[in-house]
Design a protein around this ligand. Structure first.
Ligand code: FAD
Ligand code: SF4
Length: 473
């Protein structure tokens, strides 16, 4: 076995001083030479643990070897066998907690940059106009049930990563798939949540187009639970229904002053920025009322995205988090990017009141210092308030990014559907089956807020189970 003696290739990035003035992508992607060099670091292990770390089971050593051999079109074909959204996953998957965590090199040095290589292959396809889609037709895995039978119709509710993956796999198997999306554009959080500077919308549009090319139809402005119920979809002739409606219900702090002017949920803030394009005002006539001194409450990806979006719209930004730096759930890379860009972090503090002026505009936050106690149900140390440590800081805008719950509309409008403690749909984790025959679910609606790739993994498992279910009918 040949060991390559060079470290991990660094990801080229826009200069922090320049990028805080634009919404262009921060990470620029590997050059061909960098990708080949990075791919040569892979040991091509016989027992490749990295595959086990990937929820959609990409053959990682194979596509990396293909990049190493400069066979880029084969590399993207290998990726697309298992992953319909490689350009997206290469950019936003928390690889450090998944495939890269289990890479054998990680024991001694930095793991192979699997995500950056996946992104490279997807971008290479886009730039070189290679027709991997025609190859995707060869990747079809036709189901005996669906072949030539136009009555095999499946409905997918929600066009986030869970719904799109389920739709793509079922379309590849020959089913007639209709995706119902409540918003005017498909993509879910990929479109309305994650900002342009992390995930350009052109990439999302192109990867969705390749799913449509497989034959899946996407109907937008269709709020299921209002326009049609799940029961009505079954009576319209759909054999099975997959629900991937995500976790878009924002959580609030429940403290005084949350109703003040310029207090936003991160959901509203990011939807207005990304979907309504407020950052392009006046080109888009949808401005966002944001001040010069913004506080973002929370420590996850949503908090980082809100903070970095506010910074790019010209504000000074601070992130307030109730635990310490170590427990922050945000992707490390994004936290480091936020720091490089000049965002200020206050750790071990919790808001107890949002303060307002006489006209009900935000003027600051009253905070209390915290210390870490014994672990809570999440396994992380519980933040405990320190008595008498209250203090206040001046802000004119507050964005609350402390988590989201599953969207309640489908569970509430589907009689007899079993739900869990946070309103999530209860499913068999291996198949996505719910307690209602023919109804499957997966992604954030079943797990609560999680990750793109776990939602995709759930969509994939459900597609397999839906095929089995339909074969018996
Ligand atoms: P969603 O992406 O939420 O999609 C659900 C779709 O269903 C939406 O399009 C919604 O409009 C639609 N819908 C809802 N109700 C209905 C209805 N009644 N009828 C029809 N359609 C409906 N994960 C990562 O892995 N890496 C990251 O860097 C990352 N960053 C994030 C940043 C932000 C700001 C947010 C909010 C999340 C982030 N996540 C990240 C989490 C990740 O995006 C989600 O876990 C993932 O998108 C869940 O996919 P999903 O398909 O289950 O749901
Ligand atoms: Fe390559 Fe690491 Fe996977 Fe081994 S574990 S095949 S070195 S990426």
């Amino acid at each position: 076995m040949v060991t390559v003696k060079h470290g991990r290739e660094p990801m080229p990035k826009q200069d922090p001083k320049v990028r805080i003035r634009n919404f262009n992508e921060v990470a620029l992607g590997y050059s061909k030479e960098q990708a080949v060099r990075e791919a040569a670091r892979c040991l091509q292990c016989k027992k490749a643990f990295c595959i086990e770390g990937c929820p959609v089971e990409i053959d990682i050593p194979k596509f990396i070897k293909e990049i190493r051999d400069s066979n880029f079109s084969q590399a993207i074909a290998t990726l697309k066998e298992k992953n319909s959204l490689p350009g997206i996953c290469g950019r936003v998957c928390p690889q450090e907690d998944q495939c890269e965590k289990t890479c054998i090199l990680a024991k001694k040095e930095r793991p192979v940059a699997i995500g950056a290589l996946e992104r490279f292959a997807a971008d290479w396809e886009r730039k070189n106009d290679e027709v991997v889609l025609s190859e995707a037709k060869n990747l079809r895995d036709p189901s005996p049930r669906a072949q030539g039978d136009t009555s095999c119709q499946i409905a997918v509710i929600g066009s986030g990563p869970a719904g799109l993956t389920c739709a793509a796999d079922l379309a590849k198997a020959g089913y007639s798939v209709t995706v119902f999306e409540s918003l005017h554009l498909p993509g879910g959080v990929l479109f309305y949540g994650i900002p342009e500077f992390r995930l350009p919308k052109k990439i999302v549009e192109e990867e969705i187009a390749s799913i449509k090319d497989l034959g899946a139809e996407i109907k937008t402005d269709m709020v299921i639970g209002k326009i049609f119920t799940i029961e009505e979809l079954f009576s319209q002739g759909f054999l099975a229904v997959f629900v991937g409606t995500g976790a878009g219900l924002p959580m609030f702090l429940g403290i005084e002053g949350e109703w003040l002017n310029r207090v936003y949920s991160a959901n509203e803030f990011l939807i207005r920025t990304n979907l309504m394009k407020s950052y392009l005002f006046p080109e888009y006539e949808t401005p966002l009322n944001i001040g010069k001194n913004v506080a973002v409450i929370g420590g996850g990806n949503v908090a980082m995205d809100s903070a970095r979006a506010a910074l790019r719209m010209g504000s000074k930004v601070a992130v307030l988090y109730r635990r310490s730096e170590e427990e922050m759930p945000a992707r490390r890379e994004e936290y480091e990017n936020a720091r490089e860009e000049g965002i200020k972090f206050y750790f071990l503090v919790a808001p107890i009141e949002i303060l307002g002026d006489k006209k009900n505009w935000v003027k600051g936050i009253e905070l209390i210092k915290m210390k870490l106690g014994s672990p809570d149900s999440s396994g992380r140390p519980r933040p405990v308030p320190i008595k008498g440590s209250e203090f206040s800081l001046p802000f004119d805008t507050v964005v609350i990014a402390i988590g989201q719950r599953p969207n309640p509309l489908v569970p509430q409008s589907t009689s007899g559907l079993k739900t869990g403690r946070i309103g999530n749909i209860i499913v068999n984790e291996e198949t996505g089956e719910t307690n209602v025959p023919g109804l499957f679910a997966g992604g954030d609606i079943a797990t609560g807020a999680a990750t793109v790739i776990s939602a995709m993994g759930a969509g994939k498992k459900a597609a397999r189970a839906i095929d089995k279910y339909c074969q018996k009918r």
